[in-house]
Design a binder for this molecule. Structure first.
Ligand code: PRP
Ligand code: MN
Ligand code: MG
Length: 182
């Protein structure tokens, strides 16, 4: 659409590139969890697209659950202190858990989430993320499945928002500076 086109600088990853990479990740996940029951946990809202596209590529039966988290206090997420807005419905005791994220930026959200879920007695917890920004990392998070490492630029689409917009783009694009520089 024209109104979105004006806001984008360039396409970083096409729908086809995202899909092809998800084919590969799904194959790995199928192999790694063969014979096991997997609980896939999507982190709202950004992970909605990658969750939907990843799980339908898996050949094993999985369960899906969702968490919504938000950084504590005054809007900045750099503290790494996270508040649960919607918790899982599922008891994690003895479960194999795969957390699915759209992007790892500083890593603070995920490192908190990882510790939180690990404290609930699961058999295993691993992470799958579509995107990761190595240059933005503030903490090291051990991530089993990474779609793409990307430069430290403002990206939107495929679940990622700027001010809650652009999540519905089927590709990942960089945002034009005029959109966010006031
Ligand atoms: C974004 C993104 C990740 C997190 C990554 O979520 O979807 O969940 O930030 O940032 P970090 O590695 O620096 O912690 P956001 O908090 O914007 O919520 P959203 O998914 O609802 O957009
Ligand atoms: Mn998110
Ligand atoms: Mg966001």
């Amino acid at each position: 659409p024209a109104d979105m086109g004006d806001d984008l600088e360039r396409v970083l990853l096409t729908e086809a590139q995202l899909g092809a990479r998800l084919d590969e990740l799904a194959e790995q996940i199928d192999a790694d969890y063969a014979g096991k029951e997997l609980l896939v946990v999507g982190v709202l809202k950004g992970a909605v697209m990658v969750m939907a596209d990843l799980v339908r590529r898996l050949h094993s039966t999985v369960q899906m659950d969702w968490m919504a988290v938000s950084s504590y206090g005054s809007g900045t997420k750099s503290s790494g202190v996270v508040r649960i807005l919607k918790d899982l419905d599922t008891d994690l005791t003895g479960r194999h858990v795969l957390i699915v994220e759209d992007i790892i930026d500083s890593g603070l959200t995920l490192s908190w989430l990882l510790a939180n879920l690990r404290s609930r007695g699961p058999e295993s917890v691993e992470i799958a993320t579509m995107l990761r920004k190595p240059e933005a990392a503030k903490v090291d998070v051990d991530v089993r499945y990474v779609g793409f490492d990307i430069p430290n630029e403002f990206v939107v689409g495929y679940g990622l928002d700027y001010a809650e917009k652009y999540r519905n783009l089927p590709f990942v694009g960089t945002l034009a500076p005029h959109v966010y520089s006031h």
